[in-house]
Design a protein. Structure first.
Length: 129
């Protein structure tokens, strides 16, 4: 089963994102409130994808700062990081920091959102053996 770490989402958005990823990709989603908690979780186990909210719900922190810190963290390995935002300019800023192109919550159930996460959450035939 693929694993996703979702950082800084409010409860409603976390539930919606989790349901979408579970139903579409059979992925397990864990949450982290901020970058420090995310680093702890990434150190404790492997994830296939990390999603970062543009504005962290509990702290109001900057999701781009979390993206930047994660991209600089060697403990993250090659785990792809995506910014969750509806604003294209913020997506571009995240990609410039080394993230992969993400999606916005408004597009969550669209084919475009599924296409963005599919490369990281679709099982490889070798993994299914």
């Amino acid at each position: 089963m693929k694993r996703v770490l979702s950082i800084g989402q409010c409860g409603v958005d976390h539930a919606s994102i989790s349901r979408f990823l579970r139903d579409r990709f059979d992925a397990e989603v864990q949450s982290a409130d901020d970058g420090d908690e995310a680093v702890e979780q990434l150190s404790a186990g492997a994830f296939d994808l990390v999603l970062v909210n543009r504005v962290l719900d509990r702290t109001g922190g900057d999701g781009l700062a979390v993206v930047e810190n994660l991209m600089a963290d060697p403990g993250r390995g090659n785990t792809p990081v995506m910014l969750v935002t509806n604003f294209p300019d913020w997506q571009q800023r995240a990609v410039a920091l080394g993230a992969v192109a993400g999606f916005g919550k408004a597009d969550l159930h669209s084919p475009a959102a599924a296409d963005r996460v599919a490369p990281y959450l679709t099982a490889n035939p070798a993994e299914e053996d």
